[in-house]
Design a protein. Structure first.
Length: 364
């Protein structure tokens, strides 16, 4: 087969971009070459495989080969961009990189062959989260038997999803009294998780069933069920971001789903300056930002929904008595009244639900 260098590079780039133009045989050949990394004559210098970098770092990549083999061209793909050189260093600016693990695919042409290298690097956030604490502005009665898994506020009422098998419910709650106005019971084998509103519906997740439930917002008639899949095979939190659903699964991943078809349209990895932030649980989308509780902590973080970067960390220690009903009584409910801009927080089995304001911590 005779290919021009440009076509070979194109095939290579297409492979890493998931281009369907590359035949299965071509793909198999490329995979064999990648497995054969130790046999390569060429080397990539300046960017280290499996290394952590910070978004914004400038990566300078050099390419070496034995004296007998001259490098005639280099192509790389990173973050859906491609760059080429005729063997000189390539400079990669990473400001636009997503957080988390990213691959840099390198194609080096030397002699009559092309060698391919893949460098897997991990990007930490370039933002140190601003630290906040809180001020209680009001409190309300909360059912101490409600194992809160999801919470949102809509049209003057709280809606709450409670978990545990044989005890899972969906509730409409009067804020001022904590009185449960409507309640739907889940099948005994279901452990309910987060819930959110979409148009005139409520969408509720389940812990391990990989099945969601859709109810009429008014009256809680069950309209349908749907299936979803996550990396952990679990469903944790859910919120509505404009015309998308956002799901958590207990890891650092947030999934964005179409609310009609429930197909995944995007996902991000939540990172701060130290690394991946796991155990992301209850969610609330508030004025452009995702708020998320970190399971088994008193912390809520706010997340940029585009980059996955943690913007702030809110320390809610002592909001409820720190020893309240441990080991299970963790903070786990975030709801927002968009009309009066009130932020509500409660937890599993908490007897109270709090309205709070956020207060930036003073640096010492
Ligand atoms: Ca919520």
């Amino acid at each position: 087969m005779i290919f021009s260098h440009r076509i070979l590079l194109f095939i290579f780039l297409g492979f890493f971009l998931g281009c369907s133009d590359t035949s299965e045989a071509d793909k198999a050949g490329l995979i064999d070459e990648i497995r054969d990394a130790d046999q390569k004559a060429s080397r990539v210098i300046g960017v280290v495989n499996n290394q952590k970098y910070v978004i914004g770092d400038t990566l300078v990549m050099s390419f070496k080969s034995p004296d007998s083999l001259t490098i005639s061209s280099v192509g790389i793909i990173f973050n859906r961009d491609s760059m080429t050189s005729s063997g000189e260093d390539l400079i990669i600016y990473t400001h636009g990189s997503p957080t988390g693990h990213q691959n840099i695919a390198v194609s080096i042409e030397l002699g009559d062959k092309i060698e391919r290298h893949i460098l897997s690097i991990e990007f930490l956030s370039d933002i140190i989260p601003t630290e906040y604490t809180y001020r209680r502005t009001a409190w309300f009665t909360h059912d101490p038997d409600a194992f809160t898994q999801g919470l949102f506020f809509y049209n003057g009422f709280l809606y709450e999803s409670t978990g545990r098998r044989s005890q899972s419910t969906l509730r409409k709650v009067e804020l001022s009294s904590g009185k449960v106005l409507e309640k739907a019971y889940m099948p005994d084998n279901i452990f309910a998780e987060g819930a959110t509103q979409w148009k005139d519906q409520i969408i509720q997740l389940t812990y391990t069933s990989q099945q969601g439930f859709v109810y009429a917002l008014d009256g809680f008639e069950q309209l349908k069920t749907f299936n979803y899949s996550t990396e952990t095979r679990e469903g944790w939190g859910i919120t509505t971001m404009d015309s998308l659903l956002v799901l958590s699964d207990g890891s650092e991943t947030l999934y964005f789903l179409d609310p009609e078809s429930f197909t995944e349209v995007n996902r991000i990895k939540v990172y701060d300056h130290d690394g991946a932030v796991k155990n992301i649980n209850e969610l609330e989308f508030i004025e452009g930002i995702i708020y998320a509780n970190i399971w088994q902590t008193d912390d809520i973080i706010t997340i940029d929904p585009v980059s996955g970067k943690v913007l702030t960390r809110i320390d809610l220690k002592y909001l409820m008595n720190a020893n309240w009903n441990r080991p299970t009584g963790f903070l786990n409910g975030i709801a927002y009244d968009l009309t009066s801009k009130r932020l509500f927080i409660t937890g599993k089995l908490w007897p109270r639900l709090y309205e709070i304001q956020l207060v930036e911590k003073q640096s010492s």
